[in-house]
Design a protein around this ligand. Structure first.
Ligand SMILES: Cc1cc2nc3c(=O)[nH]c(=O)nc-3n(C[C@H](O)[C@H](O)[C@H](O)COP(=O)(O)OP(=O)(O)OC[C@H]3O[C@@H](n4cnc5c(N)ncnc54)[C@H](O)[C@@H]3O)c2cc1C
Length: 466
């Protein structure tokens, strides 16, 4: 192999795990290659995930405000508020292009060599791009991300039965949208289309929506969605579809009865699975586990010497910021530094209205683990800024160790919870206590004051609630 195709580090996959790893490797003086099969960098996150979905959440919120809420705030709009979905999608695409272009520029400016094509391991540090041997590296980082999960009895056709890949790009507003799965992706895209006028029904197999949150948080969120006109059925086991009076219906078993919901589009949002297609794992002796994840040790090492893995293809939450942190950590480890990810403080957000953000353990998890805790809660109905901003649906909940007062977790349901959660994350990162939160001065009036109050409530000392 020529000098120009030999690298210190080669990364397969240019998503938030891979491109961030590449940038950090280059910053640390490692000769770096990045192999990505998409034309644009940024992976699922920038192209078909986090960013397009947030752009749609933003524009749909604006539309919904203009159409349904503005008048109550004294904003008189003459004539009918109408939707131009083409403009909505063009705006979303522009956001995506701006961000993927930005990553492309960063990668170029850092001197990272980009290979555009499908990367396959060949063994001995060699990698083929689109089946042609193209480069070799001392260290290889696998960051190939994830793909949508199909329901075997309801295969996706990309038209009627779709995944988030299509639901971020519908060319008309479906009259009836059935969302299967009440996780972040289903609830976010369900909210988008409900705001644009679809009749949205969410079917969830589990007893609560937003799995991973405490029950009181899920129940509060469920009430909020119902107020917004989104129908939610929990404990609903979808079994397939059938025609009733010439109309397609999604059928589910629920509490011993059959539930049938009319559908023009069916969004399957039941999770994502690691993506390792044609990666050549066998050539280096890596066998993914039963669920398809690549096993790694605490330093991201796979079972193959010189091969590492990060992001959605390895254990842990499938989140962009988790992948990014792993990208930084592996680069630092390869450069001989002490790369590290604190998995106890990875925040998780659902960007609905209100937003839900959590970090650390929930009350239920503490009980399961037998950890003695104290809980402080503060409702947004008692927060001045929330009242002034029509945003009283929500609460903050702090979970602290009963013995030491150290914060073990926090959950926020609030407008802007995604921004607010960083305060709890930071306190936890530094080993802060509920008292630390309660004694931290917060600007007034802010919804964040509810975090301080919840910290105080851990010791029964909240000022603005009983
Ligand atoms: C609709 C939706 C909304 C989301 N919203 C959020 C959110 O709000 N916040 C959040 O944290 N997470 C969100 N996620 C999840 C987030 O997108 C992923 O966790 C994140 O992108 C994972 O990063 P990654 O680098 O591991 O993989 P990916 O982003 O999936 O990137 C992997 C890249 O590898 C490339 N690739 C794969 N195989 C090969 C190969 N053999 N050769 C070359 N290239 C290859 C792929 O083309 C892809 O570009 C969302 C996901 C979806 C689908």
């Amino acid at each position: 192999m020529s000098d120009s195709s030999t690298f210190d580090v080669a990364i397969i996959g240019g998503g938030p795990g891979g491109y961030v790893a590449a940038i950090r490797c280059a910053q640390l003086g490692l000769k770096t290659a990045l192999v990505e099969k998409r034309a644009a960098l940024g992976g699922t996150c920038l192209n078909i995930g986090c960013i397009p979905s947030k752009a749609l959440l933003h524009t749909s919120e604006q539309f919904h405000f203009a159409a349904h809420q503005a008048a109550a705030s004294g904003v008189e709009i003459e004539g009918k508020v109408s939707l131009n979905l083409e403009t909505v999608m063009a705006k979303k695409d522009k956001v995506v292009t701006q961000l993927t272009g930005g990553v492309d520029m960063l990668v170029k400016k850092r001197g990272i060599t980009r290979f555009n094509g499908h990367g396959t391991l060949l063994g001995d540090g060699k990698i083929a791009v689109d089946e042609k041997e193209a480069l070799s590296a001392k260290h290889i980082i696998l960051a190939t991300g994830s793909a949508v999960v199909d329901l075997p009895f309801l295969p996706q056709d990309g038209e009627t039965v779709v995944s988030s890949d299509q639901a971020i790009a519908f060319d008309s507003v479906p009259e009836n949208l059935v969302v299967i799965g009440a996780g972040a992706i289903g609830l976010e895209l369900g909210s988008v289309w409900a705001r644009y006028g679809s009749k949205v029904t969410v079917l969830e197999f589990l007893p609560n929506i937003a799995a991973g949150c405490d029950t009181d948080v899920s129940k509060l969120l469920e009430r909020c969605f119902k107020k917004q006109g989104i129908k939610i059925y929990t404990d609903a086991k979808v079994t397939g579809t059938k025609e009733i009076d010439g109309k397609l219906n999604v059928v589910a078993e629920r509490k011993g009865k059959e539930l049938a919901v009319p559908a023009d589009k069916i969004l399957v949002a039941v999770g994502r699975k690691p993506y390792t297609d044609k990666l050549g794992l066998d050539t280096v002796g890596i066998t993914p586990d039963k669920r398809g994840f690549i096993e790694i040790d605490d330093h991201f090492k796979t079972s193959a010497a010189g091969v590492y893995a990060i992001g959605d293809i390895v254990r842990g939450p499938m989140l962009a910021h988790k992948a990014e942190e792993e990208g930084v950590a592996i680069a630092e480890l390869l450069a001989g530094k002490a790369g590290h990810v604190n998995y106890d403080v990875i925040p998780n957000v659902i960007y609905t209205e209100p937003e839900v953000a959590g970090v650390g353990i929930t009350e239920a998890q503490a009980k399961e683990k037998g950890i003695a805790i104290k809980v402080g809660k503060f409702p947004l109905q008692a927060n001045g800024r929330a009242i002034a901003s029509d945003a009283t649906d929500g609460m903050v909940k702090i979970i602290a160790c009963a013995e030491t007062d150290k914060i073990l977790g926090g959950q926020i349901v609030a407008k802007g919870a995604s921004e607010m959660i960083s305060e709890i994350v930071t306190h936890m990162e530094y080993g802060g206590s509920a008292e630390d939160l309660g004694r931290t001065v917060h600007a007034h009036p802010t919804i964040s004051e509810a975090i301080k109050e919840a910290g105080l409530a851990v010791d029964g000392a909240a000022i603005h609630s009983l």
